[in-house]
Design a protein around this ligand. Structure first.
Ligand SMILES: [Zn+2]
Length: 391
C-alpha cells in the first residue's frame, strides 16, 4: 500500500467519527492510540475532567528534550444548518478531492502523519518525534491548553512544533490571539419613572462598552513598530449586547459579548487591567451605592494566545527548507500554535488543504495537497535521521 492509499484509508476512518467539539472524541483517540502502540510508540491518552474527551501524546524515537511535535486537533465544527450534498461523516472521493467534515480541518493532516508513522517508527531518529492530537480546539483551544500543562507537569520540553492546520502547505509563522469574553451585569429592577431607585444594568453595560472603545486609540499607539498584522494593532469588537424587558422597566440584567485580537501579550494584559479597574473603581461602587448585591461577572469564553512571528525560528527555517517555500506568512485565524510558543518552543503552521474549504458544507482536501504533505513528511523523516550527525 502506498502512503497515499494508507492516508485515504485512515482519513476515511477518521471522518467517520463525528468528533464535533460538543461530543466525545474517545473512540477516535483509542483507534489512533492502538495504531501507534502497534508501531512501538509510547502513547499517553490524557482524558479531561469530564472523562468524555482526551488528548493523545505519542513519542517515537529517543526520549528526552529537544524533540519535534507534529500537532493536530481531533475535533471538528458542527454541520448544523449546512447543505451538504453527501453525508458529512462519510469520506467521499470525487474529482481529486476527498470530501467530509474535518477532511481539511484537520483530519487530513492527522491521517497523513499516521500514514507515515510506520516509516518514522522504523527510522533511526536522532531526536524524539512527538505526535500531539488534541480535543476542543474549535471552541477555544481547551485541549491544547491542557496538553501544554500536562507536558510542563511531566517535564517534557520539545524544541519545535509543526501545527498542521490547513495552510495549503504554505509556511505560516504568525497570527493574532483571539480572546472572547461574556460580561454579565446584575442590577436592580424598578419602575421606569424612577430611574434613581433601581440600578440599570443596560446603562452600566453601555458604560463598560464605552470604556472598551476608549481603549482603541491607546491600542493603536501601542502597535509594535515591526507588526506585520492587518491591521497591525490589537483590535476590540463589540459582538452582542442584550438585556432589559420593556420601555418602562429599569433593566436588571444585561449581557455583553466582546472579543479582542491581541498582537502582543502586553496588550491583552493592558486591556484586562483597564477593564478590571473600570469595574472595581468606577462601575461597581456606583451600582452598589443603590443596590449592595449588584454584580459584574466576567466569563472567559476563550483566550487563545497569538503566534508571534520571531526573527529566529528554527521550526520555520526547517519547514521552509523541507517544503522549498521561500517565505513565511501570517494568517487571520487562530490555532494552538501560540500555546506551544508560550512553552518556549519554536513553532510554525503548515498543513494540507485550504482554510477557505474548512468549516463549510462539502468541506474537502485535495489529493494533491495530501501528496504534498506526504512528501514533506518523508523529507522530515530524512531530516530527523540526519539531525545530530553533523554535530
Ligand atoms: Zn483547525
Amino acid at each position: 500500500m502506498t502512503p497515499l492509499d494508507r492516508t485515504r484509508a485512515i482519513l476515511s476512518d477518521l471522518i467517520a467519527w463525528p468528533t464535533v467539539s460538543s461530543d466525545s472524541n474517545l473512540e477516535m483517540i483509542a483507534h489512533i492510540a492502538n495504531l501507534l502502540s502497534d508501531l512501538g510508540a509510547r502513547v499517553d491518552v490524557m482524558a479531561d475532567d469530564s472523562g468524555t474527551k482526551a488528548n493523545l501524546f505519542a513519542t517515537l524515537g529517543p526520549e528526552g528534550d529537544g524533540g519535534l511535535v507534529l500537532s493536530g486537533h481531533t475535533d471538528v465544527v458542527p454541520v448544523t444548518d449546512q447543505e451538504w450534498t453527501t453525508d458529512p461523516f462519510r469520506a467521499v472521493e470525487r474529482d481529486g478531492r476527498i470530501h467530509g467534515r474535518g477532511s481539511c480541518d484537520m483530519k487530513g493532516f492527522i491521517a497523513a502523519v499516521l500514514a507515515m508513522a510506520p516509516g518514522f517508527a522504523a527510522a533511526s531518529l536522532r531526536r524524539p518525534l512527538h505526535l500531539a492530537f488534541t480535543y476542543d480546539e474549535e471552541v477555544g483551544c481547551i485541549g491544547g491548553r491542557a496538553l501544554v500543562d500536562q507536558l510542563k507537569a511531566r517535564g517534557i520540553r520539545p524544541a519545535m512544533a509543526i501545527v498542521g492546520e490547513p495552510t495549503g502547505m504554505q509556511v505560516v509563522e504568525g497570527h493574532k490571539g483571539c480572546c472572547e469574553y461574556t460580561v454579565r451585569f446584575h442590577g436592580l429592577e424598578g419602575h421606569g419613572s424612577a430611574p434613581d431607585r433601581g440600578v440599570n444594568a443596560l446603562e452600566y453595560a453601555t458604560a463598560y462598552v464605552n470604556r472598551l472603545l476608549s481603549l482603541r486609540p491607546r491600542l493603536r499607539e501601542r502597535t509594535p513598530p515591526d507588526s506585520r498584522f492587518d491591521p497591525p494593532w490589537t483590535t476590540i469588537n463589540i459582538g452582542r449586547l442584550s438585556g432589559g424587558v420593556a420601555h418602562n422597566v429599569i433593566a436588571s440584567r444585561a449581557e455583553l459579548d466582546w472579543e479582542m485580537r491581541p498582537v502582543q501579550d502586553s496588550d491583552l494584559q493592558f486591556v484586562k487591567r483597564e477593564m478590571a479597574r473600570c469595574c472595581t473603581d468606577d462601575l461597581l461602587p456606583e451600582m452598589r451605592a443603590t443596590f449592595p448585591e449588584a454584580m459584574i461577572e466576567t466569563l472567559i469564553i476563550g483566550e487563545v494566545p497569538g503566534l508571534r512571528p520571531m526573527p529566529e525560528n528554527d521550526a520555520r527555517d526547517l519547514v521552509m527548507a523541507l517544503t522549498g517555500e521561500n517565505d513565511a506568512g501570517l494568517v487571520a485565524y487562530g490555532t494552538e500554535a501560540g500555546l506551544f510558543q508560550e512553552m518556549g518552543m519554536s513553532v510554525v503552521i503548515c498543513g494540507p488543504g485550504h482554510i477557505e474549504q474548512a468549516h463549510k458544507a462539502d468541506e474537502f482536501v485535495s489529493i494533491s495537497q495530501l501528496e504534498k504533505c506526504l512528501a514533506f513528511l518523508g523529507r522530515l523523516q530524512d531530516g530527523l535521521e540526519q539531525y545530530g550527525r553533523r554535530q
